[in-house]
Design a protein around this ligand. Sequence first.
Ligand SMILES: O=C(O)c1ccccc1NCC(=O)[C@H](O)[C@H](O)COP(=O)(O)O
Length: 213
Amino acid sequence: MFVKVCGLATTADIDVAAEAGADAVGLVISGTSVRGLDRDRVPALVAHVPDGVVSVLVVNDTPAAEAARIAADLGFDALQLHGRAYGRAEFEAAAEVFPHLWRATALADGPDTRVGALGEEILLLDSPRAGSGSRWDLSLLDTARPEGHWLLAGGLAPGNVAEAIATARPWGVDVSSGVESAPGVKDHDLIRAFVAAAKAAPPAQPSDVSARQ
Ligand SMILES: O=C(O)c1ccccc1NCC(=O)[C@H](O)[C@H](O)COP(=O)(O)O
């Protein structure tokens, strides 16, 4: 089970996630998120991500091509374009600069659920309110379940991730609010507990596929 911990804010957060066994960590640049980092802090944080852990730049209101340039310049491994602001044209513009794109969307918005439909390497299905800790109706997957490299997100936490994996059968999971002690403040014990619970859950898909390019 591929596990991403999102919205990290300090080098200690990164160390804990990596030591716990997270496969990917997300750093958020956003004018609307409590987890939005001052841009001058991002270079040191991404440089701190150890080899073997996928560093993901997460944006929701930065123009896609600009975000792609930041991802390329700072040496991120992937760029997660989050929300309805990013359509095919934005993905194509970003891919010209930086090819390792992840598409984050809400199933309630009726997106194309084929992984790679907009050229992305990974599809992330989230609640309509990203980063809010809100769960969503996983029965929507019954008629629109993706295949391949897709992550389940939205209101996951150490205590519900195993059940969510069993229901949704994703390739991986993503968490932010559920491993925090307060909005934007990561709780290191919760990160450890989340990664352990997700890794212990029986995989619903083969894990022999890697997201690292
Ligand atoms: O985390 C945020 O604050 C955020 C803000 C704007 C766009 C995306 C954001 N997060 C992206 C993620 O990948 C989150 O981990 C995902 O939405 C799940 O969040 P949560 O329900 O809080 O676990």
